[in-house]
Design a protein around this ligand. Sequence first.
Ligand SMILES: Cc1ncc(COP(=O)(O)O)c(C=O)c1O
Length: 492
Amino acid sequence: MFKHAQLESVKAWIGDPAHAALPLHARIHRAVRQLILDGRLDAGRPLPASRVLAASLGVSRDTVEAAYGQLHVEGFIDRRVGSGSFVSERARRGPGRGTAARPGAPEAPRLSRRGGAIFQGGGVRDFLAIRPFAPGVPETRAFPLQTWERLERQVLKEHGPRILQHGPPQGMAPLRRAIADYANLERGARATPERVLVLTSSQQALTLCATVLLDPGDRIFIEDPVYHGARKAFDAAGLACLPVPLDADGMRVDLLRDAAQGARAVFLTPSHQFPTGTTLALDRRLAVIEWARRQRAWIIEDDYDSEFHYAGKPMACVQGLDPYERTIYIGTFTKSLFPGLRIGYMILPPPLVAPMTVARTLLDGHSAPIPQLTLARFIEGGHFGAHVRTMRAVYAERRDVLARLVRQHLSDFVEPRVPAGGMQMPCVFIRDLSEGAVVDAAGRAGIDLLGLTALHAPGRHEAGFLMGFAAYAPNELDAAVRRLAAVLRALS
Ligand SMILES: Cc1ncc(COP(=O)(O)O)c(C=O)c1O
């Protein structure tokens, strides 16, 4: 039999709204199991007969029988024909025995030093509810969903249940072929399908580069300011990041040669430097390749949004200029198509293909086959090229609209640095404003800004914010800039 308090505790567990999604027999099973784990029902103690407990709880006997049956299968109780059910000896060493663990404030988990540092760093926060001016977000309302759906149906029909199995860790062959063709033609890369490794994102590529190519404590040159996702991936891997300043031609590559200490790698966003938008000049591209050859160092080239260049064709990628195979090219479809696709890739020097592919099997095994094959068809069918062309015109207009609006409404506060490409525009303060206060007040007014300070190495730099423009129609940009102007006026 249960004591009164035990019966009440079972009733409370069953009636708790937090457990309402469980069927009744499962709630009874869990409630009795908890009594045993808490040490409130000792080994050898008899449980009430199922008929008696059913009557006390106002449920059917079958329901209690189902709960007891499960407790028996799991070893919490023994059932003896003719004499009933008893708490088993095996349940004697329950985790909470004797302490009757009570709900309370959960203890902070003890993380590794690396885990603690990653958690403290805050990870890379993507904007979930898209509102102006969240940077780096493409316009998804114009995406040709019907075409995508049609191609996905074709894939499912042609491949049948086979496509539901695991896929190769390096990626599906048709997608690797399509990516290599695209990168050769549009980015001047030296790609073959055998060198392409399909991943879930460029973020994953950055983590792989940081852990497969470098050891904790190794030095890596990064741009200053730098893409925060890259710096966090390198920090998490325990690398020593050495910030290198920029000028109008991109990273000051001459400083790499002159640096007192060398480094094992350099991270670059050469097409549109993140966040400044500058393009790495040709002589610097050649100089960084030469530096990497001499140092036997790696160039990690993050070519995240080069599809969107508004003044002629974008410059060919560094990887295509590098005859020494020191460059790892990182691409993503997050910007050119949509972030939810989760497909990025690396084009690797041949000797790195196997090590990187093996390493990725430990992260996530492989990328999902159905989206990969759908994307391959989307590219081969010319839909990718058409979509990028359409969006390039849309984004170019939005960039111009935003630049005009900023000059019209925010000229007392900021100076826009209009980029030749990309999806976001930096604005620097021309007045003494607190960047944190501006970002916070804008957030309360429904506007997302990314402050520039956190992207810089500590020290002197221009404060301001980054404004994404690609995902917002001209009327949305207009309304948001006016709201931002009111926020800035109120802070001045
Ligand atoms: C420079 C840069 N690289 C990479 C990414 C992220 O791409 P992915 O979604 O493929 O990780 C971003 C996104 O904002 C970015 O700005």
